[in-house]
Design a binder for this molecule. Sequence first.
Ligand code: TYD
Length: 206
Amino acid sequence: MTGLFITFEGGDGSGKSTQSRLLTDWLTAAGHTVVHSREPGGTELGTELREIVLHRRGFIAPRAEALLYAADRAHNIATKVRPAMERGDIVIQDRYLDSSVAYQGAGRVLDAAEVREISLWATEGLLPDLTVLLDLSAEHGRERIAATRDTYDRLESEKNDFHERVRDGYLALAVAEPDRFLVLPATEPIEVIAAAIQTRVVSLLA
Ligand code: TYD
């Protein structure tokens, strides 16, 4: 495959979507063909799965939740991401398998290695060329969400210690794969974070 696959990860309120949009615009302006996706919900089927997994009322068993995210992922990678990469495009995506390892693994306390294996099966082993992790404390993330809206989805409404486990889970993933991860403090100004990401992407493209 010739394209590039770049993912954005981080807790709720870490500014992933802002940064992935800025990078998409910057690469597009530089003449690259960029496909933007997100999980959950990058495809039509994914939009329906997203509604279930984020907004369905009542309990969803942790393993069922993990499989719903994996189903969304399998479809997104097979029908959107791989075809784009085969065309040589750059795919920029909000969240990928590291979200499952951090949220369903560390957060819901499923076995992290098993959660990762399920995603790798779902995607036939696709790993990103670069994963940008925007690191933010749970407390800070909650303040940011509270400042912008007053409704929370199923995951966002989890308690602070859930979000602290998610953060620690993410940082452990970055330590385990230092070449794939770029970890940046989400509290830096937007332009500073964007510039650091651009520098890394330039070296990837070279
Ligand atoms: P997202 O759309 O990124 O929401 P936000 O922009 O508010 O961060 O993600 C929705 C939620 O889904 C988020 O709380 C994290 C959760 N999630 C998982 O728990 N596991 C996963 O595999 C993915 C992709 C997301």
